[in-house]
Write a protein that binds this ligand. Structure first.
Ligand code: UDP
Length: 238
């Protein structure tokens, strides 16, 4: 059963359960996709029905961001905990390395996915990188074909939200991969381009604050967080 937070249903699972489910999906015939919405994406979904359907149509909807956890709690339907996109991706790569599965990295500026691939090969010996492609392409066709030809089991789709969710819903099946995961700016982190928040910030659920401090231009996007909490409070009153 999913926990509804302002029109987006979240799977009520722990990180370990999410990774186990991801592994099960990559061993199950057909294409599946996972999304990791934060409050900002929930707000986008309230305005964009196509985005909401792409998010809710996912096989796994993981609560990325402390705001979602607060929101669910305020609504009286608490979630088991946060399942960050980056942590989920790391858990999956660990299991893929053990099982000889292959990964395609799609997204970010030219060169970033290649640098991420190099780093990840070192961090996860045994992980097969099937291919990479930047996220600034005009036509889907050649990209889908490249993924299909690579024979990748899993694709990390890092095009930003809600573009990546719509892309996975529309094109996931045609790529031939079993599991696609929408991961926003993760390739920038895996490549070393962007530093993840120090652990103490992560533990306190303050990664957003670190992101804001290191990249103040995000202030406009982050203004959606208080708006999200206002909407949750309104929903609670209903
Ligand atoms: N991006 C992309 N294609 C686009 C727009 C964005 O590949 O058309 C990439 C961008 O370079 C960045 C990622 O998508 O690597 C989005 O990062 P952001 O930090 O905005 O995502 P978040 O993790 O906050 O969802």
């Amino acid at each position: 059963m999913r926990v509804d937070v302002l029109g987006v249903g979240f799977d009520n699972i722990t990180m370990d359960q999410a990774v186990a489910e991801g592994v099960r999906l990559m061993d199950t015939a057909g294409a599946h996709y996972a999304v990791t919405p934060n409050p900002e994406i929930v707000e986008v979904c309230r305005e964009d029905e196509e985005a909401r359907q792409a998010v809710c149509g996912a096989d796994l909807v993981l609560a990325d961001g402390i705001g979602i956890i607060y929101g669910a709690k305020m609504l009286g339907t608490p979630l088991k905990g946060r399942v960050t996109g980056i942590g989920f991706a790391q858990g999956l790569m660990g299991r893929m390395a053990e099982n000889g599965k292959s990964l395609y990295l799609l997204g970010a500026k030219p060169g970033v996915a290649e640098r991420a691939a190099e780093k990840l090969r070192g961090q996860y010996p045994g992980l097969r990188i099937a291919g990479t492609h930047d996220g600034y392409f005009q036509e889907d066709g050649p990209v889908i074909e490249a993924i299909r030809e690579s024979g990748a089991d899993v694709v990390f789709v890092c095009l930003g939200a809600p573009k990546q969710e719509k892309w996975m819903q529309k094109n996931g099946g045609a790529t031939g991969a079993r599991l696609l995961v929408g991961l926003g700016g993760c390739l920038d982190v895996f490549s070393g381009e962007v530093k993840r928040a120090p652990e103490v910030f992560q533990k306190l659920g303050l990664e957003w604050l670190h992101r804001l401090a290191t990249n103040p231009s995000r202030i406009g996007r982050m203004a959606k967080l208080p708006l999200f909490l206002v909407h949750v409070a309104g929903e609670k009153r209903k």
